[in-house]
Design a protein around this ligand. Structure first.
Ligand code: UDP
Ligand code: MG
Length: 321
């Protein structure tokens, strides 16, 4: 079972990408073959329902370096990436989307940068998103601002999941107890020396985005809530403000009472009651988000299941010890 450890693994999460896979494979293979080093490609089929499994099976027949991991259900981009990372054996592990928005041709440069500087992490940073639709650019900008503000300013802006990790980084990730980490936040948080390599984000070569608005909102919520108690603290501060406001209102009420003009004031009372009710519900909901995540963590259910017909379906044991 023990295969020689390749110099480089490339992890590719794939969900219903029948349209771009053949072209992606051609460009990736040309790049990696030219590298002249031992490599493997770990394709993670995230429960695709189109012809993706057949396309992958066809590719694998003529490409011995390709390993296909299949997840039993669609588990999402981050889970698919994690499944691939933990099954990659390379001394360095790159991750890249299958839709050709991230150029496979940049992988050798990521590798060179890591080796030249003795670095553990090299981020592909999208310094040109002009091909993305304005709405995506706007939401992405908002996301990185929020994350850098609330989570950590060590998170490189515009660094998605196109990056290169050293074996040490992958092992460190594996030792985390988290089942479904948001990788683009956890990776910088590990504190390994890193560098960035810029590139222009291309348009999707074919097919459509798998990130619906609701998935983007979920990624953003996970990013902040899994990493930061700041929203809870905001709730506390909101409570403090509410108390101060009440103090002011009480003083006004007393003054009004002393002046014998207590009949008026229905509208302000109404507004204050509504406002406080809304704030309480909001904070309760916020608390619920944290409780739900604690619940999920306590249950400890895996975030994905690897199908038995995968190549080497088992996760590698951690290297430590
Ligand atoms: N993907 C996946 N599982 C999902 C959704 C997406 O593995 O549930 C893969 C998808 O095939 C692609 C990558 O994750 O290789 C990024 O997805 P996409 O290009 O749709 O996201 P966008 O670039 O629009 O943010
Ligand atoms: Mg894409």
């Amino acid at each position: 079972m023990a295969r020689p450890e390749p110099a480089l693994s490339v992890v590719v999460p794939i969900f219903n990408e029948e349209a771009v896979l053949p072209l992606f494979a051609v460009r990736l293979r040309a790049t990696l073959d030219e590298l002249g080093e031992a490599y493997e490609v770990v394709a993670v089929d995230d429960g695709s329902t189109d012809a993706t499994p057949a396309v992958l099976a066809g590719l694998r027949r003529g490409w011995p370096q390709l390993r296909v991991i299949r997840l039993r259900r669609n588990s999402g981009h981050q889970a698919a990436l994690t499944a691939g990372l933990f099954r990659a054996r390379g001394a360095y592990v790159a991750s890249i989307d299958a839709d050709l928005q991230d150029p496979p041709e940049l992988i050798p440069e990521l590798l060179r940068t890591a080796r030249a500087g003795g670095l553990d992490i090299v981020y592909g940073v999208r310094n040109d998103r002009s091909t993305d639709p304005p709405f995506k650019r706007w939401t992405a900008g908002l996301y990185y601002r929020l994350v850098r503000r609330l989570v950590a300013d060590t998170v490189p802006a515009q660094a998605g999941d196109f990056r290169l990790l050293s074996r040490a980084t992958v092992e460190a990730l594996r030792e985390l107890p988290e089942r479904a980490p948001v990788l683009r936040l956890v990776v910088p948080w590990l504190g390994f020396p890193s560098a960035e390599v810029g590139y222009a984000r291309a348009e999707r070569a074919a097919g459509r985005t798998k990130y619906s608005l609701s998935r983007m909102v979920r990624l953003a919520a996970d990013s902040v809530i899994n990493f930061s108690p700041v929203p809870l603290r905001l709730a506390t501060w909101l409570g403090v403000c509410g108390v101060l406001l009440c103090g002011v209102l009480v003083i006004i009420a007393i003054v009004a009472y002393l002046r014998d003009s207590t009949v008026a004031g229905w509208a302000s009372l109404y507004v204050v009651v509504l406002f406080l009710g809304a704030v309480q519900l909001l904070c309760l909901g916020l608390l619920g988000e944290y409780v739900a995540r604690i619940f999920g963590a306590v249950q400890g259910r895996p975030s994905y299941f690897v199908s038995a017909d995968s190549d080497d379906a088992g996760e590698l044991p951690p290297a430590g010890g």
